[in-house]
Design a protein around this ligand. Structure first.
Ligand code: TMP
Length: 203
């Protein structure tokens, strides 16, 4: 039996981490929480590298670092959990690389997709939530500044547009959610969609 693979995507501070946490809590023993970059020892080390504002990393090197972290996460955590029938909930996945590196940073969505196909063996989420929030509103939400958030609104706007295009291109996999609402309301919509996907998978 194969489980269900659910991912959360959106610009920085759109509430992905909160929503991923609420979903895993609701799934109890069946939920497996991962985050990107991270979720394995290698991934957490890559996370430290890419978040270090003092480190000079060009866009190609950065894309490969994210892909390396993803490869390890898929092999060591995600595939085994899906094979056990679990529901894997990831705070970001492949689409973050397509939106940030492929589109916003200009490497090309197709090229970044190719590199990632090698990294993941072609694994795609069953369901991807796009938390939609105006970049200016997101910027006002409290949070730590890091190398990405430092770059400000222009990057976030480019990323929001990139996500929009990705969601338009694969409507069967993506669910758009208005992330400007209270977290509980967003979570209720998440649960409806996840229950529907699980029912469809069982049918
Ligand atoms: P966060 O997940 O804590 O928001 O931080 C991760 C940062 O890394 C975020 O600004 C988005 C960025 N990122 C990419 O640029 N490409 C990727 O593939 C991933 C997973 C994250």
């Amino acid at each position: 039996m194969r489980g269900l693979f659910v991912t959360f995507e959106g610009i920085d501070r759109s509430g992905k981490t909160t929503q991923a946490g609420l979903l895993v809590e609701a799934l109890r023993d069946e939920g497996v929480a991962v985050r990107e970059p991270g979720g394995t020892e290698l991934g957490e080390r890559v996370r430290d590298l890419v978040k270090d504002a003092a480190l000079d990393a060009g866009p190609r090197a950065e894309a490969l670092l994210f892909a390396a972290a993803r490869a390890q996460l898929v092999e060591a955590v995600i595939r085994p959990a899906l094979e056990r029938g679990g529901v894997v909930v990831s705070d970001r996945f492949l689409d973050s690389s397509l939106a940030y590196q492929g589109d916003a940073r200009g490497l090309g969505v197709d090229e970044v997709e190719r590199v990632n196909r090698f990294a993941t063996g072609g694994l795609l989420p069953d369901l991807t939530f796009l938390l939609e929030l105006d970049p200016a509103e997101a910027a006002q939400r409290a949070g730590m500044l890091d190398r990405f958030e430092d770059e400000g609104l222009a990057l976030q706007r480019a990323v929001a547009e990139a996500y929009d295009r990705l969601a338009d291109a694969s409507p069967g996999r993506w669910r758009r959610l208005d992330a400007g609402r209270p977290a509980g309301d967003v979570h209720a919509d998440v649960m409806v969609a996840v229950e529907a996907a699980r029912a469809a998978a069982r049918a």
